[in-house]
Design a protein around this ligand. Structure first.
Ligand code: NDP
Length: 279
């Protein structure tokens, strides 16, 4: 077979790290394949997805704004993607396209590897978009006792919780307005995750310093710039703060495994993202 390929489908994609990560991994395992980012407008999505059925295509990653709309163009989707209502990875199985979502598994793997203790703890999730669903699922799977979702649009937070609560019986799910985070908290929370896209635009939801203690970890899902307004405020309040690069690397490594059936070279992904490689 000729050289294989995979791609990212989204708009915009110019700043994506995915080509760098996956091309490094393909080269490291000796796979004759390359990965490119494709800028795809919503009215060209069906055409772009049809192109993935070619024999030499391994599959694709999907990013905003297509993660939800792509579902109806696929032949099958995993239980995970159905639960999240979104696909971030497409696998070409001999011309049939299968959708999966590696965001929640990627976040859970990274949090475990980075020593973030979730079991029996409370977590605050800011935002209620597609990424927030994956975050709530990951936190519940890691055994969070309570997850509170705060969003500007409260109906969206309520819909997220109504959808996920029946599947996550062991975790208590609550909602509230985003402004709640800017007011003093009764006690510090161990985990605060910013899933709003405000960080992408150099802004951040305001979190009152009383939500944090030195034992807290604040996670920003965005990773550009490396330290966002939300992360800086958390550090000033004494908390550990991390951006979304670790999650990006782990969800990418899981996508590699979906496409190739091989174990991903995680150290290669970490090095390409300039993250420390653990011994
Ligand atoms: P969505 O568009 O689905 O959701 C956006 C969320 O951000 C909504 O809750 C929205 O609130 C909120 N929001 C947007 N602007 C503001 C603002 N100015 N102030 C407060 N809230 C705001 O996006 P996604 O959930 O798909 O992505 C969210 C973030 O996560 C992005 O930065 C994305 O890059 C990042 N991400 C990172 C990944 C990784 O691997 N590291 C993986 C996936 C996503 P409302 O509902 O009220 O409009």
């Amino acid at each position: 077979m000729s050289r294989r390929w995979a791609c990212l489908i989204g708009q915009p994609v110019a700043h994506s790290l995915s080509p760098l990560l996956h091309n490094a991994a393909f080269a490291a395992v000796g796979l004759e394949a390359h990965y490119e980012a494709h800028e795809v407008a919503p009215d060209r999505l069906a055409e772009a997805v049809a192109g993935l059925r070619q024999a030499d295509c391994l599959g694709a990653n999907v990013t905003a704004p297509h993660k939800q709309s792509v579902v109806s163009l696929l032949d099958s989707v995993s239980e995970e993607a159905r639960t999240l209502g979104a696909v971030n990875t497409i696998i070409n199985q001999d011309g049939r396209l299968h959708g999966d979502n590696t965001d929640a598994r990627g976040l859970a793997r990274w949090m475990s590897e980075a020593g973030m203790e979730v079991l029996g703890r409370s977590a605050l999730v800011l935002g209620a978009g597609g990424a927030a669903r994956a975050v709530v699922l990951a936190l519940a799977r890691l055994g969070a006792a309570r997850v509170q979702v705060l969003n500007r649009n409260q109906a969206r937070a309520a819909a997220l919780v109504d959808d996920l609560a029946p599947r996550l019986a062991a975790t208590s799910l609550l909602t509230g307005p985003l402004e709640l985070a800017s007011r003093p908290a009764g006690e510090p929370w161990p985990i605060v995750v910013n899933t709003t896209s405000a960080g992408d635009y150099g802004r951040g939801p305001v979190v009152h310093m009383s939500w944090y203690s030195p034992a807290s970890v604040a996670i920003e899902l965005a990773y550009h710039p490396p330290e966002t307004v939300f992360m800086r405020a958390a550090r000033q309040a004494g908390a550990r703060a991390e951006n979304g690069l670790g999650m990006l690397v782990h969800q990418a490594a899981l996508a590699f495994e979906c496409w190739t059936g091989r174990q991903a070279p995680l150290d290669v992904y970490l090095k390409a993202a300039q993250l420390p490689v653990r011994a």
